[in-house]
Write a protein of this length. Sequence first.
Length: 200
Amino acid sequence: MISEEGTRLGAEAARRLAQTGLYEFEPGLTDSEFARIEREHGFEFADDHRAFLAAGLPVNVPPEEGQTWSKPWPEWRSEDPAGLRERLNWPVEGVLFDVENNRFWYEAWGERPSDAVAALATARLRLADVPMLVPVYGHRYLPAGRGSFGHPVLSMWQTDVIYYGLDLVDYMHREFDEARGDVEEGWNPRATVPFWRDLL
């Protein structure tokens, strides 16, 4: 069952993005498309993320020079499944990169094995149990999970994780509106998702 508040937030986020005039939209994902994507990739969209994508799929525009992602909006309907899997794995792969190359180690995993290969294997095993994050735009992510909504949007770059919005509506304002970069006094996001919140 999709929550009314999650549906409201997702629809408002879509309206906010449409108001910017930056993107055109394809028809939103249908229930059968959501079911296929979730089945193929082993997760469920959060209610607000689902409602956002049901309202309309933002169409990627040609990238600007130096842009990290050539297609920052995940193309849930048409993208190659391997490409979507890569995007879904991005947060975990980023942590593994830092374990291997930057000596990152999460305290709750216990003592770091002295052997680099064993450390990486241990980290990979532990990360198999962390909550899944789902790409919103580029390396901005929301937690997966039917029945959940209102999570802060997180920007994921290896273990450099920062807030990019109090929720999906606030994120659209901060990423795409003229006021991007402005942070009001009292702006105080609180991540709810285990493991990832500890990297903030």
